[in-house]
Design a protein around this ligand. Structure first.
Ligand code: AP5
Ligand code: MG
Length: 180
């Protein structure tokens, strides 16, 4: 069983590529963002706790997110060094590990363009305004980008170009996975 972390800024293509990888490799996929949105839609206690964070583009509290996850293709998790450390600890308790973190590199202006386009239909509160989109990208640089170093130190970091068609990006990711 592979544990793959898809990594990159908001709008880089994590969700898009995870869906395709799930189909090709038969590995389940979890987007912590989707799980949080479902909790909010269902009006659960957890959802209410997370709503103010997600609608303003800030990160939800580490512990709440850590408690929520299992083993899958991880999209949007871990996204702080603390989450990465806790994740490693949880996996190792079960004799598991992250096999690879795949980073999709996409320039900021393209990220904003993609998310604004998606926002026309997604209904996601954090897609509606360019200001919140830019805040999410800022949060990514301030709190999340550093997580790459955590996996790079373990020799598990792979960097791919996230520009191009979805098929081209998918092929690059599959090359990384197939080389493991
Ligand atoms: P999350 O749901 O993870 O959102 P995100 O990181 O902001 O990323 P997106 O889902 O916006 O983008 P994506 O990379 O999945 O790209 P997609 O494939 O959709 O998190 C949302 C919030 O939840 C966070 O801000 C935080 O508040 C909270 N949260 C989540 N996880 C957390 C955690 N671990 N800890 C704390 N808080 C957490 O693609 C984007 C668009 O581009 C789509 O329309 C797609 O069709 C298009 N597209 C994709 N690929 C291409 C391509 N190659 N060319 C052109 N268009 C493309
Ligand atoms: Mg996503």
């Amino acid at each position: 069983m592979l544990n793959i972390v898809l990594f990159g800024a908001p709008g880089c293509g994590k969700g898009t590529q995870a869906a395709r990888l799930k189909e090709k490799y038969g590995i389940d996929h979890v987007s912590t963002g989707n799980v949080i949105r479902e909790e909010i839609a269902r009006g659960t206690k957890l959802g209410k706790e997370m709503e103010s964070y997600i609608t303003t583009g800030r990160l939800a509290p580490d512990q709440v997110v850590i408690d929520m996850i299992a083993d899958y293709i991880f999209d949007g998790f871990p996204r702080t060094t603390h989450q990465a450390e806790e994740f490693d600890r949880m996996l190792s308790e079960q004799g598991l590990k992250v096999d690879v973190m795949i980073y999709m590199d996409v320039p900021e202006e393209e990220l904003v363009k993609r998310i604004l386009l998606r926002g026309k239909e997604s209904g996601r509160a954090d897609d509606a305004s360019e200001e919140v989109i830019r805040d999410r990208i800022k949060v990514y640089h301030e709190q999340t980008a550093i997580v790459a170093d955590f996996y790079a130190k373990q020799g598990k970091f792979a960097d791919i170009n996230g520009l191009g068609t979805m098929d081209e990006v998918f092929d690059r990711i599959c090359q990384v996975i197939d080389s493991i």
